[in-house]
Design a binder for this molecule. Structure first.
Ligand code: SF4
Length: 259
């Protein structure tokens, strides 16, 4: 059952203390209520990031019901699978959302000329920085909050994630409404609402990113082992660790809070 709550709706300041308080208030609240609060609190300067992964589809479905005009964006590295682009088109039609395509400053061919061919095979961190992290940072300028599909159980780097946190890299609020969900809850939701998913999942791809950096995973192996095989890398870099900061919204400068 939904719990009615009011959290920071009149304030423009965020501190470590107010973030802790709002996370406490949101702890027992349904996904729909968290998203409704987020959209009411930050719209129109709020956007939803999608990777077209299972958790993203849960969020897109909810946002399509609550506020379908919300900006929903994806990072198009130009190296996604054809199946991912097909899913994008299907979701756009089925959910009535309009996706904003965010790209790097240059295409894959130009990247090859500047940095050498197949940068992903030599330095995937730099490749992700050029094709994901930097475009994201540019896109988020002017937004007050972004919604992500981060879940604590996804990777060890995400184990400490909070529902509402300050994103120090991009200087805005980051909302992770599914932070406590596990994979089973996500898939139960997708089945309950008969939502489409990437057809590659049925071919053994539990986590799907760019073509050169994604492989199928044999049953029983870590689902994330299919990403950047051969490298220690488990994250593309857009979800860094969260640290408390004092945020002042409304066009005034942002400050950092010690500690
Ligand atoms: Fe490049 Fe691979 Fe990162 Fe995609 S996932 S941006 S191909 S390194």
């Amino acid at each position: 059952m939904d719990v009615s709550f009011q959290a920071q709706t009149g304030s423009t300041d965020w501190t470590a203390e107010s973030l802790t308080a709002v996370n406490l208030q949101l702890r027992e609240v349904s996904l729909t209520s968290v998203l409704r609060w987020s959209l009411e609190r930050f719209a129109p300067r709020i956007c939803l990031a999608t990777s077209f992964g299972p958790q993203s589809i849960v969020l897109m479905h909810q946002v399509s019901l609550l506020r379908p005009e919300t900006t929903v964006f994806y990072l198009d590295t130009e190296l996604l699978f054809p199946e991912t682009y097909a899913l994008r088109d299907r979701l756009q039609e089925q959910l009535g959302l309009r996706f904003t395509r965010v790209t790097a400053d240059f295409g894959v061919d130009e990247q090859g000329m500047r940095f050498g061919p197949q940068l992903w095979a030599r330095d995937p961190d730099q490749c992700c920085q050029l094709r994901k992290v930097a475009p994201l940072r540019r896109f988020l300028v002017g937004q007050q909050a972004w919604i992500t599909g981060v879940r604590r159980s996804h990777t060890s780097e995400r184990a400490e994630a909070s529902m509402v946190e300050w994103d120090p890299a991009n200087q805005l609020i980051k909302l992770n409404p599914l932070v406590r969900w596990d994979s089973r809850q996500v898939w139960d939701y997708l089945r309950r609402y008969d939502l489409p998913v990437n057809t590659l999942h049925a071919e053994g791809y539990p986590s799907i990113g760019c073509r050169p950096c994604t492989r199928a995973v044999p049953p029983g192996e870590d689902p994330r082992s299919g990403r950047w095989p051969g490298f220690q890398k488990t994250e593309c870099g857009i979800h860094g660790p969260a640290r408390p900061r004092l945020l002042r919204l409304g066009g005034r400068p942002l400050e950092e809070q010690a500690g």
